[in-house]
Structures are given as structure tokens and as C-alpha cells.
Design a protein around this ligand. Structure first.
Ligand code: UDP
Length: 376
């Protein structure tokens, strides 16, 4: 079902979420959230949001995805658009009257709407700060009004450039100067965490904070700098793979299907309430090794081209050499661990980009033209 921001349906049904009533309930202090229910996902047309929507629908929930499509893409959710248990609202989380109604109609909120990606952060620092801070503030205020549980998607960026690996949730943070825009992202998301914890402490809003490390998989776009879609696209096109600096910087990549399984687990867990938990893989790989792996799996003839950071980004850019989570807390809380290997994810992403390069329509692409009637 497709809605505009005023709630009028452009799709095949009425404006209200046709939830199954939800099985969340209030005990006056906090919501104990069960398996199904009426779920609101902010940033629901984003890469992670769309996979989360799929998982929640499979779990029997009804899902409203709200997204202003600034970095999200309708094609991410086009395959869900005609399902009666799903609706898409094209709106910003800063539109308070629309959000008021959506939060009121939901049992729980996954707040994923954020300005993401290193390129965007450097290019649009105002948008980054305002979306991340004001958007989260608006969601928390409404969650307080209607006593809804909120999962806040945070990021490993908040650890900054600390050398103290693996990162644990209560570690000190090491950040660069305010003159470097990258740190605005870390600070804006850290402020989101402070706000969420404050709403929990002061107003007893049930919150849980997931600090997401590098998340990868189908539908991720390279448009905002993410390394795997960028390198895979280059490998499939036979172009040089742009490895920044010496390629010895490393990351731990976790498949998005594993990540959304962690998110739904955290949302259901009473033990996770008021807590911050790392979500990610502990398997570390250098970017150079990643590039070689992609070339091998794609059977590509591409070569590797080393690009200095100054060429790739603005001159004020600072990269993190490593970023490794300690995931002991989520393992103890939920028994969660990633299941999908990096090679399996890479194979799938390679297949996706190969199909795209061959001109195959993206999933649900035929529906997109019709769906574009949604007013901006
Ligand atoms: N990177 C790269 N080539 C690219 C894009 C990114 O070498 O075309 C590097 C980037 O400098 C960083 C790593 O890959 O060291 C991961 O970058 P990404 O933007 O995916 O995530 P983040 O830096 O936020 O962890």
C-alpha cells in the first residue's frame, strides 16, 4: 500500500495500518513487545530498513515504512508495496503531524532514518546533523507521548578512531576535531544515544540502541561511498578497483540479513531495554584483501588501483584504520551470532551487479513507474 504524507492511500486500501491489533502491551512502565504487531520503520526504504521490513512481514507483523527517499530508494521496497500488511509513507520524520499519527498507530518503532555514508557526511554536514539529531528527537518525543518502544539504530562511528580494539559498548570514545566534518556524523549519532538513554532514564521510554558495524548485502548502493557495492560494480564492469590509501585499513562486514535478525531480537528482549549493544561481525579483513577476494569471486580481469585519500575525499578526511566490535554482549543477551559468510554475501552482491550490468530490471522495477505517483 502506498500513501502520501497526509495519509491518503494511493494504493489498494484504506489509510490505516490494518494491524492484527499487535500483541505488545503496556504495564505502565514499559512495553513488553511480542513477536507480531504493528511496526513503524523510519528509513524503511533504505538498505537495512527494507530488509528489516521483509523480516518483520515474515514474522507476521504489519509494517509501515516511512522514508523521505533522500538516500532510501523506492525500488528497495517495490516488491513489498502491494502486500496488504505493508504500507509506504513518503514523508520525512521531521513532519510532526504525520509522525504523530504513525507512531500512535504503531506498537513499536525501529528508528533507522539517518544521514549515512561518508560521502554524504562530507558533502552535506547540515543535513547530516539535522536529520540525525532532530529526527531522533522527534521520534523519541512521540514515543514518550504514546509510550511506544523504540529501537535506535546507531553506528560504530561513535567509537571514533580509538585504537582500543575490539570496541566494547562502554569504551571511551576518541574523536577528531569539529573542523573535520566526518566527526559530525559520530557526534550526531552519539547525541542520539544520549537522548535515547535520557528518555529512558527520565521518562521510562523503552529504548534499545543497536550500534551497527559495517553492514553489507544485496540492495546496498555505492552512491554514498560504501566499499563493497563500489568495488563489486567496478569488478563486474572490468574497471580498476579503487582501493584507498595502501588498502591495509580493515573492516568487519556483516550480512544485512544477520543484522536485521539481531534488531528484531533486540526489540523483543526485555534484557536489552535501556542498553547499547554492538551488532556486527568480528571477522576482520583488509580492504586490499577484500578487493582481491571480489576480483576472484567475480572472475574479473580488473586490476587494483591505489587512490590516495586526498583524491578520493576532501583534504580534511580522516579514515579509521580498523573497526572491530566485541559482540560478547549481544551474544550473552540473545545468543546472536552472524551466520552468513562474507564470501556468500559477496557472491550474492556480485550476482546482483552482474544482472544489473546485463540490463535485467531490478526487483520490482516494473512497479516503480506506477508507484511514482506518490507526491513528494
Ligand atoms: N574504501 C576504498 N575504496 C572505495 C570505497 C571505500 O578503499 O571505493 C575504503 C574506505 O576508505 C574505508 C573502507 O573502504 O577504509 C570502508 O569504507 P566504507 O565507506 O564502506 O565504510 P566506513 O569507512 O564507514 O567503515
Amino acid at each position: 500500500m502506498l500513501l502520501n504524507g497526509n495519509g491518503s492511500a494511493n494504493g489498494n486500501g484504506g489509510a490505516n495500518g490494518n494491524g492484527n491489533g499487535g500483541n505488545g502491551h503496556e504495564d505502565g512502565r514499559r512495553v513488553t513487545f511480542g513477536r507480531a504487531g504493528r511496526i513503524l520503520i523510519t528509513g524503511g526504504a533504505g538498505f537495512i530498513g527494507s530488509h528489516l521490513a521483509e523480516r518483520l512481514l515474515a514474522m507476521g507483523s504489519t509494517v509501515t515504512a516511512v522514508d523521505d527517499l533522500s538516500t532510501g530508494r523506492f525500488e528497495n521496497i517495490a516488491h513489498l508495496a502491494e502486500r496488504p500488511e505493508f504500507r509506504f509513507v513518503h514523508e520525512t520524520v521531521m513532519n510532526e503531524s504525520v509522525m504523530d499519527r504513525l507512531v500512535c498507530e504503531s506498537d513499536m518503532i525501529y528508528h533507522l532514518a539517518a544521514a549515512v555514508g561518508v560521502n554524504l557526511i562530507i558533502k552535506s554536514p547540515v543535513q547530516t546533523i539535522e536529520t540525525n539529531v532532530l529526527g531522533t528527537e522527534a521520534v523519541l518525543r512521540l514515543a514518550r507521548r504514546y509510550r511506544r518502544k523504540v529501537l535506535i539504530a546507531s553506528t560504530s562511528e561513535v567509537y571514533g578512531k580509538s585504537d582500543n580494539h575490539p570496541y566494547q559498548e562502554d569504551d571511551d570514545r576518541v574523536l577528531g576535531p569539529t573542523a573535520r566534518s566526518r566527526w559530525a556524523y559520530a557526534e550526531s549519532k552519539a547525541l542520539d544515544e544520549f537522548l535515547a538513554l535520557a528518555y529512558h532514564k527520565e521518562y521510562r521510554v523503552p529504548v534499545v540502541i543497536a550500534r551497527l558495524f559495517n553492514t553489507v548485502g544485496p540492495r546496498q548502493t555505492g552512491a554514498y561511498g560504501m566499499v563493497i557495492p563500489r568495488l563489486v560494480k567496478q569488478a563486474v564492469a572490468g574497471e580498476p578497483l579503487t582501493v584507498y590509501a595502501d588498502g591495509r585499513q580493515s573492516r568487519c562486514f556483516c550480512d544485512v540479513r544477520d543484522v536485521v535478525r539481531a534488531l528484531t531480537g533486540l526489540a523483543e528482549s526485555a534484557d536489552a531495554e535501556g542498553e547499547i549493544l554492538n551488532v556486527g561481525s568480528e571477522q576482520e579483513i583488509t580492504i586490499l584483501e577484500l578487493a582481491r577476494r571480489i576480483i576472484g569471486l567475480a572472475e574479473s580481469g580488473s586490476r587494483i588501483e591505489f587512490v590516495p585519500y586526498q583524491t578520493a575525499y576532501d583534504s580534511d578526511f580522516e579514515d579509521m584504520r580498523r573497526r572491530v566490535p566485541n559482540t560478547g554482549k549481544i551474544r550473552r543477551t540473545l545468543g546472536w551470532a552472524p551466520r552468513i559468510s562474507l564470501d556468500d554475501t559477496l557472491r550474492e552482491v556480485i550476482a546482483e551487479f552482474t544482472a544489473k550490468a546485463a540490463g535485467a530490471p531490478a526487483a520490482g522495477a516494473r512497479k516503480i513507474a506506477a508507484a511514482r505517483v506518490i507526491p513528494a
